[in-house]
Ligand binder design. Sequence first.
Ligand SMILES: Cc1ncc(C[n+]2csc(CCOP(=O)(O)OP(=O)(O)O)c2C)c(N)n1
Ligand code: SF4
Length: 297
Amino acid sequence: MSLENLRPSPVMKDFLPVEYKDLIEHGPYTNRNGKDTQTVKVTDMGKFKEVIEEHPMCAGCAMTLFIRLAYIGMPNPEHTIVVGTAGCGRLAISQASVPFIYGNYGDTNAVASGLKRGLEVRFPNQKKDVVVMAGDGGLIDIGFQGLMHSWFRKEKFTTIMLDNEVYGNTGGQESGMTNHGKVLKMAPRGKFGEKVDALGLAKVAGVDYVARLAPTNPARVARTVRRAIMVAREVGHSYIQAYTSCNIEYSIPTPDVMKDAFEIEKERYGFEEIISPLAKEYLDDVEKKAKKKKSDK
Ligand SMILES: Cc1ncc(C[n+]2csc(CCOP(=O)(O)OP(=O)(O)O)c2C)c(N)n1
Ligand code: SF4
């Protein structure tokens, strides 16, 4: 959606739902007030209208926290389309005030490839960001072929893997991203193979921006999402792999969800960025300009 497509008559303004007005006046939609970059900050979370406010996911699910932060990080949510699929994440993603396309399980990166190319033809003067947000099963198992080929083709969109290391939505089957030996409800003998090195695959495929992180540092999550989307806009594909634990299938007591995230981050999910020289040059330029704008104010 674009705010330019939806321009209510000024005389009707008072009758618009308060949620809609809040999104424009106290939310992350950016171009209504003449600004072209994100105006809300993670540190102000709770004080502005978020694009996602209600969801039916399990209480304390880290995936939901990550998804909220990802929406805050989007540089232009009003010009963004999210592609998802079956899996827990879409339960929250489909509640957001950002258009959502529900691809068939396994099809996300093929759908996003066509969508992004179509948007470039339809809107030659307006950048539209496409973001795939899907589970580890949806991407590394059933969607593997589409994922890999979108990487090899350097399609200009962002893939975010919500890596809870299990098929959460269907009750606990192992995925390619489950760790070796992990016993799950529907993997009673323990995972046979190793966790797939998706970061390594992304690097080999020449993905321009690759990042791994856990949702332990909210500002860093938003910044990483912003960087990934900016690279996909101008340079090539970007991939974020986020540890988003499943407290149900991994039996993590709700109050300990963040403790688990910090522990796993320390053990094997530390923050990592792999940036191609071209993407680095572009990000340096964009971020330098943003800093200069701030200091000029
Ligand atoms: C083609 C197809 N196969 C299987 C399913 C059933 N299915 C729905 S969600 C899901 C697992 C989701 O796991 P994952 O992608 O890791 O996401 P999570 O629920 O863990 O976030 C499966 C197998 C489906 N919807 N479509
Ligand atoms: S089943 Fe797991 S991943 Fe899915 S909503 Fe519940 S805690 Fe989150």
